[in-house]
Design a protein around this ligand. Sequence first.
Ligand SMILES: [Zn+2]
Length: 174
Amino acid sequence: MTRAPVCSCGGKLRKVTLGATELAPLFGLRGVLEGPIPGLRCGTCEQETLEGQTIDRMLIAVALSVMSQPRILSTEEARFLRKAVLGMTQAALAEHMGINPTTVADWERGERPLSKEHDYELRGVALSSLVVRFSPRFRAFVQNLPRILRAPRTLAPPKRAKRYVVRASEMPAA
Ligand SMILES: [Zn+2]
């Protein structure tokens, strides 16, 4: 470890266990993460903070909870995936998904719900972003994910199984 963390007020930060933390300030979701959560408290001003590593772990837990919902995503959940998980503007997400920016804006305003296909794809894109961020070896896989998810399932599987040829150049760097 490096030297002890210091508060913006100059006070020393001590490790504490937080009982709970609100999700809204961090992730824009109404809700709470129930503890115990490792945190830091300033000995001078008493302000409580979370370390970046803890926030990352919280993000994974919250994203799992959101993406496990067995129904169409709510406006708030769709916005959470775009902003907190993907860190994208509405326009950037629309471009990434190959859809109209007004479609994204409509979800988030509650004008119309996500279609089943867009819901699947948004979850897939969000999941892929988490995988790349926390497991860089999946980068190449993830770059192909929009194509994988968006390919129309209009063709039947082949009658005779195809023989796969995979190049070693597709292996991630050691
Ligand atoms: Zn302080």
